[in-house]
Design a protein around this ligand. Structure first.
Ligand code: USQ
Length: 417
């Protein structure tokens, strides 16, 4: 199939391009390299050294015997998007070209406005350009499990049937996002659902959990094919940050009480799921939602897993809770459905511990690249809009979470070292 990937220089985009090319699909993609700039703005760098796009493209051609047709450009430029689709005539468009970080969107008004404009305008341009240039193509849009928030009931895949005052209907499940970034995904979902309804476009909105891992088999131990791996406070997720911390002997840092739960999925299974989605498109006019994750853990359980695997590999690993810079539930119910992808044939290949072992081994090779940017591990972006380094919680406060830290003030909390 002809697959266009928006955001092809990113963590998922680059990996998906390799995975699809290895299976004979024709790939075109675009990127503006903003992720590289945002991570630099955070005083950080990818642990895995990422090559310039020209070298990535040469290596791609060497390995797969075909070109990745790349265009540098901005999804906020409508003519750019339209030209991409007109010249390539994609059968599927995978939209991974958004600003993906909750903390980055919470820095200040400029970052919040940038995030909303970048994400919403890019998606609207894609929808209009599809209508004009390739109305039969399938839009695979990366949403997030974070759109649903953490309600005290089970979470279906997008829609649920509800009875209210003796009438019944199937409706979108309520969205309760926890950051300006997560809100952009909610707004995108509404816009895409509407475009499918009025123009007969087809789309799969993927509510993806946290993806982790340093590699897929298609990277073939060629360092020029690796994908990025971030660990800073904005672009490193908890699992990435824990692994980077374990490698340099920094304590692992669950925020607050540490009962926040998430669904996780290895990178290699994420690209498998995206490929199954692409090759099994919905009907014209259909808007469908897949919840994409495999295992659910609290961030404390996650830290314990990283500690266990790290110690097996000879690392010294401690866990120390930090004051929570976010406003979120630190203990909650979490039971989302995730049956649609297994119904299409998805089979998980690696469990969390197997993948953590591979990740830690990979990261240990680049220990010095983490050491040199280790300041980037210390969060200071707070959901109340202030910037102040967060502190380790004292043992007593750990049990009570950030509430305990506030009550104890600086007496009970230590400066982060
Ligand atoms: N957290 C810690 N310690 C850390 C970093 C984070 O305890 O050092 C906590 C956060 O407070 C939060 C949880 O870990 O409760 C998850 O945070 P995260 O940064 O790992 O992930 P999140 O902000 O939820 O966002 C990430 C990606 C985002 C994607 C989302 C999927 O950055 O692009 O949409 O995961 S999901 O989480 O399922 O919504």
């Amino acid at each position: 199939m002809r697959v266009f990937i928006a955001g092809v220089d990113g963590y998922l985009g680059w990996s998906l391009a390799l995975y699809l090319a290895a299976r004979g699909h024709e790939i075109s993609g675009c990127d503006l390299f903003l992720r590289r700039e945002w991570v630099a703005e955070m005083g950080s760098q990818s642990v895995t050294p990422i090559r310039r796009m020209t070298e990535r493209l040469e290596t791609f051609r060497d390995h797969f015997g075909t070109n990745l047709q790349f265009r540098k450009g901005d999804l906020r430029d409508y003519n750019f998007v339209l030209n991409c689709f007109r010249s390539f005539d994609p059968e599927a468009i995978v939209h991974l070209g958004e600003m993906p970080s909750a903390p980055y969107s919470m820095v200040d008004v400029n970052h919040a406005v940038f995030t909303q404009m970048n994400n919403l305008i890019g998606t609207l341009h894609i929808l209009y350009a599809m209508k004009e240039a390739c109305p039969d193509a399938h839009l695979v849009k990366l949403g997030t499990m974070g759109e649903y928030g953490t309600p005290n009931i089970d979470i279906p895949e997008g829609f649920f049937t509800i009875e209210y005052r003796e009438r019944k209907d199937t409706l979108p499940f309520p969205r309760q996002a926890g950051s300006w970034y997560h809100q952009t995904k909610v707004h995108d979902s509404h816009n895409i659902m509407f475009a499918c309804k009025i123009w007969g476009l087809r789309s799969t909105d993927i509510m993806q959990g946290v993806v982790f891992g340093t590699r897929i088999d298609e990277m073939k131990d060629d360092e020029r094919l690796v994908t990025r791996f971030d660990f800073d406070q904005c672009f490193g997720t908890a699992v990435n940050r824990y692994c980077a911390q374990a490698v340099i002997g920094h304590p692992l840092t669950p925020f607050g009480r540490g009962g926040q739960k998430r669904g996780f999925l290895p990178l290699r299974d994420s690209v498998q799921c995206l490929t199954l989605t692409i090759t099994n498109p919905p009907k014209p006019g259909e808007y469908r939602v897949f919840n994409q994750f495999e295992e659910i853990y609290s961030i404390t359980e996650l830290a314990q897993k990283v500690k266990k695997v790290g110690e097996e590999l000879g690392l010294k690993v401690n866990i120390r809770n930090l004051e929570n810079p976010r406003k979120e539930m630190e203990e909650h119910y979490y039971n989302p459905d995730h049956q649609h992808l297994p119904d299409l044939g998805y089979k998980p290949t690696h469990d969390m511990e197997q993948e953590l072992r591979i990740m830690l081994n990979d990261l240990m090779k680049y220990r010095s690249r983490i050491e040199v940017r280790k300041e980037a591990l210390n969060p200071d972006i707070r959901w109340d809009g202030t910037r102040k380094k967060v502190r380790f919680l004292s043992r007593g406060a750990e049990e009570q979470g950030s509430k305990g830290a506030e009550e104890q003030g600086s007496k009970g909390a230590e400066e982060q070292g």
